[in-house]
Design a protein around this ligand. Sequence first.
Ligand code: SF4
Length: 326
Amino acid sequence: MFHIKKTLPYILLRKIYKKYYYKNVNFKKNPIYKIDNFPKEVWLENTNHCNASCIMCPRELQTRKKGLMKMDLYRKLIDEMSVHKNMVERLHMHNFGEPLLDKKLPERIKYAKDKGIKHVYFVSNASLLTSQIAETLIKSGLDQFKISFYGIDKETYNETMVDLDYETTLSNVKNFFNIRKKLNSTTPSVSIQLIPQLLKKGQIEKWYEQFENLLDPSVGDSIIEVPIHNFSDGRKYNNINQMVTDICPYPWRTMVILQNGKVSPCSHDFNGSIDLGDVNFLTISEVWNGQQYKKIRDSFKNLNYSNYSACNNCDVPRNAPALEHN
Ligand code: SF4
């Protein structure tokens, strides 16, 4: 079968590009590739269960076991992070699942905050953000969370966010802001996320109208627009037939710890196919400074993604728009 990556012009072009690239990327000076001995961003997947089936999320392709992160393991990881707390810029309390399905989430957040973790954050669909959960989250010390909300009415919402109820979620979101006000709290700040490709042009204005009177920019609330991505090879929104042109920065800044303790470099690897270690047996530092992380960084520096199946067809190093804290 014809494949562009195997043609001579492609191979030559890639060689020239790599030469040019290395002349222009200064690994020592570029802050993206500055490596500390502990990750700047740690993601702890409290659960990979989810109560939704959103169309852009390849949940149906996830074959790894579902579960909740054990509290003992969670505490061990936070204790380790606490020793390096000045290096950890942000702790993500989620990965590939709905974090509010975990009844212990507020307790976990409080533990992390009590141990001095600077910034604790998660992303949720807010369908389970009841008054009671809202109040415990506010009191837990959570710094920020982001709500994925893609729709302007029942119909448009369920075109993307299958299995969730538009009215319930919208009412939860509005209620959250009332409770935060009532408790006189300035935390957590809230971002509401839009993926513009999921709505039609005329709908985007209406989407903004739903939230504009709720947000309080003085405490850091915001709207975030992010481009759609493929979740590695889970979806086909972005074209991946173009040449690899970028070094994926994740192995230099991020560690994703799955609910079972296995380590992956990023949230795009939805099946955890990139195995960088296991924190049940090793420390975060040992994994971060270990052979597997070194190997993936060396491969990526050579624009070589072929050793990692999730990376080989991923849109991130192929000129996909910059992807920030999913
Ligand atoms: S190339 Fe894609 S799958 Fe691989 S580490 Fe980067 S973002 Fe993750």
